[in-house]
Each structure stands twice: as structure tokens, then as C-alpha cells.
Design a protein around this ligand. Structure first.
Ligand code: ATP
Length: 361
């Protein structure tokens, strides 16, 4: 069954053929993407892939070299940031150090024709929304990193923007604060229904909060899909290798249909390869939770491997096996290691389920 793709809401942000060069260096190559109203989308990729450049083009901070961007049906490509409808949160908290929390949050509201009382009311409401009702009179230096990011978020939401842009907003925080804040961010975003784009290099973060993930590499979009699409049905070897853990190896198409053979003669069954020619080279990926070992492997097409390493990881243990020259990890429930006969140095049956092999020509 196909997983649902884009939600059915109308398109809100339409990016068409956007390219950006710095001198002769192309940071973005003709990127196209449509984001629907109310979606939470993550731009995910390694350092330097162009995700911040794309976000800055959407904000108008760095206009694209070519291409167009429309927001809510309006062409915003050449519009300066102050004429656009967005709020932004950066990795470094970027608060005004000499202004109180309340003044930081209300900064963009002054001059909006609002009375002092109305601004104060709105600021109090925003601080409650981000869980800081008591901190209005403090200064940024008196707050933790997580609290400063909440203030930055309140400030970004002050004018009820149609679009919330988040540039690695959680990366500077420690693990527990980061996980709590990302969950809160997600529920807040759902409650407000604000279309949101978050730049991150953290795949777990992208998976846990997004409706869809845009995986980027070297200035190009590799894949756009739900977290499950990206994880289970990677479109390219880059996505298969970058998202989640996986072992990968080369193989060739063998006979009969759907059989593969590795350079040292291991024959493996895969799925959906009938269109590939005998002898064609492919790249194969498999995830540690899909590798079967011990009795479970015995009932499938399996090979004899040798256990080289067992690593306790809490709920799971990671059993490393060698299958000829292939080195694979199998993640198994920690309590099962003994029952599976996974002792370092012992022989063990190993199976790679055909449907779990991710094969790329
Ligand atoms: P990171 O996570 O490290 O910020 P990123 O994916 O956000 O990575 P970008 O900041 O978008 O990457 O940068 C993409 C490429 O463009 C990088 O190679 C970067 O060096 C280059 N680049 C970005 N801004 C400029 C600039 N102002 N002048 C020259 N090159 C730039």
C-alpha cells in the first residue's frame, strides 16, 4: 500500500526552478518544490547541501539567481524581507541582549498602530503560548538556551505570520531540552496551523516532527516525501545512505529474475528487479533492524555468517556478523541475544529478507 503523500490542503509556497550561485559556485541547482497550507516541512541534508540557502531565498534574505517563489498566490521572488509575511528563528538565539523578554517579543508589534496595553496583552499571550508566562521582565542572559529559543519563537509568531521559518532552531540545545522543545514546537505548529519550514541536519529531528521531508545534497533535492517514504522507500542511494543506518554493498543482477550476486558469490533474492538486465551492476542497502539472524533466519533463504561483535545498546543489541567479505549489523531485542546464539566467534545463520533490500541500478 502506498503511504499518503502531500496533504490535500491547497499549495501555499511554490518554489519554481530556483537556483543560487555565489560567484562561480552553484549552491542551488534549479530546485522546485510545493508546500501546502499548514504543512510542517523539514529541509534535511549534510553541511553545505544548500538548505540554508534555500531557506534564505524563501525569506528574501538572499534572493535567488534565477527562478520564482510565490507565497499564498503572490509572487515574492524580488520582495525585500520586510515586505514578506514570515517569522524566523535562527540557531543562535539572536535576541536583543539589552531588551527584556517582553520587549524582545513585542519588538515587531510596536509601530503597528497598537496601544501599549494591547501590545502588553499580546506579549503576555505569546509568552504563555511558548510556556514562559513568568519570565517577561528577565533579560536574555538570565535565561537558559531553551528558554531563549522559546522567546525567539514567541517573537517570530508575534505578527501571526503565514509562514514560520526555522534555521536549525534546536541544534545549540542539549539533548533533553531539544527533544522536549521539538515536541512542543510541533504541537504549537499544529494548533496554530502555521505553515512551517525547518532546516536541520538531524534526521531524527526531521523524522519526528515533519509532515514531509525534503532531502538535499549538493544543491539538489534528492527526495521529497513523508518520513516513512524517505526511510522505507529511499529514491536514491544518497537518501538510503544518509537517512537511517544501513549497510551497503555492490552486486550484479543474476538469474533467475530478482536474484543478485555479490562479488564473492553470495546469492541474494530481492524484489522488483525484473526490468534490469542480467549482469547489471547495482548498489544494495539494508537496515540493521531488517537483518535476520539465528533460528528466524533458518526458515528463510540464508547464509552462514560469523558473529564478530555484540554491542549492548539498551533496548536493542547490535550484533555484527561477517558473511564472506560483507559486514552487516543486525539489531535485535537485547534479551534475545542468547536465544539467537549470537556469541562472538560463533557461526550463525543470516538472512536478508528480499523485501528489505533497497536496490539501486
Ligand atoms: P550548513 O548546515 O553547514 O549550514 P547548508 O546545507 O545550510 O549547510 P548552505 O549554508 O546553504 O548549506 O550553503 C551551501 C553552499 O553555499 C556551501 O558550500 C556554502 O559554502 C556556500 N555559500 C553559502 N553562502 C555563501 C556566501 N554568502 N558566499 C559564498 N558561498 C556561500
Amino acid at each position: 500500500a502506498e503511504a499518503p503523500t502531500a496533504p490535500t490542503a491547497p499549495p501555499y509556497l511554490v518554489i519554481q526552478q530556483v537556483a543560487k550561485s555565489f560567484g562561480t559556485f552553484a549552491a542551488l541547482h534549479r530546485v522546485s518544490l510545493t508546500i501546502t497550507q499548514g504543512e510542517f516541512v523539514a529541509f534535511l541534508g549534510p553541511s553545505g547541501c544548500g538548505k540554508t540557502t534555500l531557506l534564505r531565498a524563501i525569506a528574501g534574505l538572499d534572493p535567488p539567481t534565477t527562478g520564482s517563489i510565490t507565497q499564498g498566490g503572490r509572487d515574492i521572488t524580488g520582495l525585500p524581507p520586510e515586505m514578506r509575511d514570515f517569522g524566523i528563528v535562527f540557531q543562535s538565539y539572536a535576541l536583543f541582549p539589552n531588551l527584556s523578554v517582553a520587549q524582545n517579543v513585542g519588538y515587531g508589534l510596536r509601530g503597528g498602530g497598537w496601544t501599549r496595553a494591547r501590545v502588553a496583552e499580546r506579549v503576555a499571550e505569546l509568552l504563555t503560548t511558548v510556556g514562559l508566562p513568568e519570565q517577561a521582565q528577565k533579560y536574555p542572559a538570565q535565561l537558559s538556551g531553551g528558554q531563549q529559543q522559546r522567546v525567539a519563537l514567541a517573537r517570530a509568531l508575534a505578527n501571526e505570520p503565514g509562514l514560520l521559518l526555522l534555521d536549525e532552531p534546536l541544534s545549540a540545545l542539549d539533548a533533553i531540552v531539544r527533544i522536549n522543545l521539538r515536541q512542543e514546537l510541533r504541537s504549537l505548529q499544529r494548533r496554530l496551523g502555521v505553515t512551517t519550514i525547518m532546516v536541520t541536519h538531524d534526521q531524527e529531528e526531521a523524522m519526528s516532527v515533519s509532515d514531509r521531508i525534503v532531502v538535499m545534497s549538493q544543491g539538489r533535492i534528492e527526495q521529497v516525501g513523508t518520513p516513512e517514504d524517505i526511510y522505507r522507500r529511499p529514491a536514491t542511494p544518497f537518501v538510503a545512505g544518509f537517512v537511517g543506518r544501513s549497510a551497503h554493498f555492490d552486486a550484479k543482477i543474476d538469474t533467475p529474475a530478482n536474484m543478485l550476486i555479490t562479488p564473492d558469490g553470495l546469492r541474494l533474492e530481492a524484489r522488483g528487479l525484473a526490468h534490469l538486465l542480467y549482469g547489471a551492476r547495482v548498489e544494495v542497502f539494508i537496515r540493521p533492524e531488517d537483518v535476520r539472524i539465528g533460528p528466524e533466519a533458518l526458515v528463510m533463504r540464508h547464509h552462514q555468517g560469523v558473529v564478530t561483535h555484540v554491542e549492548f545498546m539498551g533496548a536493542l543489541s547490535r550484533v555484527s556478523v561477517e558473511l564472506g567479505r560483507l559486514r552487516l549489523d543486525a539489531d535485535v531485542p537485547a534479551g534475545m541475544v542468547t536465544a539467537l546464539g549470537a556469541f562472538v566467534g560463533s557461526a550463525i545463520p543470516v538472512a536478508l529478507p528480499p523485501e528489505a533490500l533497497m536496490v539501486f541500478p
